[in-house]
Design a protein around this ligand. Structure first.
Ligand SMILES: Nc1ncnc2c1ncn2[C@@H]1O[C@H](COP(=O)(O)OP(=O)(O)OP(=O)(O)O)[C@@H](O)[C@H]1O
Length: 252
């Protein structure tokens, strides 16, 4: 997955200001940066929610910028849409099956649907075990705990077998012990896949990431192994600068 001099303006304000990044297949990357730096906007550009103002996004060497989210999904990039994407009144198994069928391109093609239903059921059963919710197979999604719902969301995200997975703060709102377990789960289900997460929690960053991309004012100012990023002068200055700025804003 590669970004080349990516730019995005909202009105007259340039929010993404020439971001470049080359993520190798199979790497787990945490995208960090101060509030408002443009991390979510970058994810929106990669997943096709927004079209860039200029620059390129490549997936497996193919340009995907300007394509629609479902087209990008079919090309092998899947983004978690948080728990709003879960059907609360369907069971865990049914939610996963929907994820599988959607990824196979089903909408209302009923005959095709019936022919392939066995495969979808089998895949949904596999996913159920992968996200460790097999004991909750027939529980309605709305009756799961928060952490279980987030696990289900990951299951739906990986349902189609995409090679590149984007997760936006996957452990947000979890307790420390839930977070620890969840990091392990994410690692397990993304083995061999390329993973990008937007993350604020440094425990998650260092527990999960092979590499860290630091976004500041719409640019990737560092992209390296965690230890190297930690000692990077520019990163320290950017974080210190933003903390000082926050503290000044916070002062009455
Ligand atoms: N659709 C939009 N229209 C106008 N401005 C936007 C839009 N989306 C984001 N922005 C602006 O772009 C800037 C970057 O926002 P973004 O959400 O990408 O930052 P972030 O790094 O994800 O922040 P946080 O860590 O707080 O989630 C912000 O100033 C935000 O107000």
């Amino acid at each position: 997955m590669e970004l080349r001099d990516l730019r995005k303006s909202f009105g007259k304000t340039e929010i993404i200001r020439g971001a470049s990044l080359a993520v190798n297949a199979g790497e787990r990357v945490a995208v960090i940066g101060p509030n408002g730096a443009g991390k979510s906007t970058l994810f929106n550009l990669i997943s096709g929610r927004f079209a860039p103002t200029s620059g390129e996004v490549l997936l497996n060497g193919q340009r995907i910028d300007g394509k629609r989210p479902f087209e990008i999904n079919r090309l092998g990039l899947s983004r978690s849409f948080q728990i709003t994407n879960i059907f609360p009144k369907l069971s865990v198994f049914e939610n996963l099956r929907c994820g599988v069928l959607w990824s196979l391109g089903y909408r209302y093609t009923f005959l095709k649907f019936l022919a392939d239903l066995d495969d979808a059921n089998e895949r949904a059963e596999q996913l159920l075990e992968m996200i460790k919710l097999d004991k909750k197979r027939d529980v309605l999604a709305m009756n799961l705990t928060y952490a279980e719902q987030r696990a289900l969301e990951i299951g739906i995200t990986i349902a189609g077998g995409a090679g590149v997975i984007l997760l936006d703060e996957p452990t947000a709102g979890m307790s420390k012990s839930e977070t620890r377990r969840f990091i392990e789960l994410i690692k397990e289900v993304t083995v061999g896949k390329t993973l990008l997460t937007v993350e604020h929690d440094m425990g998650v960053v260092f527990g999960l990431a092979d590499k860290i991309a630091v976004v500041v004012y719409g640019e990737v100012i560092a992209f390296d192994r965690p230890e190297a990023v930690r000692s990077n002068q520019r990163v320290q200055e950017a974080y210190l600068g933003s903390h000082v700025a926050d503290a000044q804003v916070a002062r009455p």
